[in-house]
Design a protein around this ligand. Structure first.
Ligand SMILES: [Zn+2]
Length: 261
């Protein structure tokens, strides 16, 4: 049975002689994996539509008793390469791909996740990269049901909105100064307020204010830590983001690998 859906390419990796396995997030069918036959041989057949984070109109065939769908064609809707590329931007795109790939189960329709990814892709330009990364991380954490309450101490329920809170990789939720664990990280009140705005506003509304690697860096650390704790693994691309944020550098370096090892 053949289906067509809007989709975003997450990753590809080679299989057999000339085929590629493609992981992609569809609007209507959730995350899928499929075989693109002869994609390595015939570049013409799929053109540039298999690049990570390419938005496509995907036509694919479900095969009984097969885990992988057969990809007939991907019609290109928007390529990430239409915008200037840099190491920083490619790292951000790798991060989106890795988080979606690791977090969402296959074949579980999740239209909100699709819309979130499409929205942050539109804003993934050099001057708004850290907004896109922060917005995406916080929303993904919430969509997965992994976002703890941000307004109160998880132990005593004291309000944290005006004073900020503390977080620790080994503990869920935020804590007040009294209940924080040793070597906790601080999440300042300003970042907590920004988190509330992110959860209320479309990303376009937040794009008006300037964003740097320092803007809400504590909030980003907190939500990425929450994602990694629930996934029970470190995210490779998040490590690259951390290095990028501390070096403040967006110089061209070797891009993060986008295929599975
Ligand atoms: Zn407390």
């Amino acid at each position: 049975m053949s289906f067509t859906s809007d989709a975003i390419v997450l990753r590809t990796w080679p299989v057999n002689e000339a085929d590629l396995i493609v992981s992609f997030l569809t609007r209507d069918h959730g995350k899928l994996k499929g075989v693109a036959k002869a994609a390595m041989k015939s570049r013409r057949r799929f053109g540039g539509s298999l690049e990570m984070m390419t938005q496509v109109r995907a036509t694919f065939v479900e095969r009984p008793r097969h885990e992988l769908v057969r990809i007939d064609h991907f019609d290109l809707v928007a390529s990430p390469l239409r915008l200037p590329t840099s190491y920083a931007r490619m790292t951000a795109l790798s991060f989106f791909a890795e988080v979606v790939e690791e977090s969402l189960p296959d074949r579980n329709p999740e239209e909100v996740a699709f819309r979130l990814l499409a929205a942050v892709l539109d804003h993934s330009v050099e001057e708004r990269l850290w907004l896109a990364i922060t917005y995406f991380s916080l929303w993904m954490t919430r969509l997965m049901g992994w976002l703890p309450e941000l307004s109160h101490c998880a132990v005593c329920r004291e309000s944290l909105l005006d004073v900020g809170g503390w977080f620790h990789p080994g503990a869920d939720g935020l804590h007040c100064a009294q209940h924080r664990q040793p070597s906790s990280g601080a999440l300042v009140a300003e970042s907590l307020h920004l988190a509330q705005r992110i959860l209320r506003c479309p990303i376009a509304e937040l794009a008006a204010q300037p964003w740097s690697a320092r803007t809400a860096a504590d909030l980003r650390r907190f939500v990425i830590q929450s994602l990694e704790r629930h996934l029970e693994r470190r995210l490779r691309s998040a490590e690259a983001l951390r290095r990028m944020a501390t070096s403040g550098s967006t110089r061209v370096q070797r891009p993060v690998a986008t295929t599975l090892e």
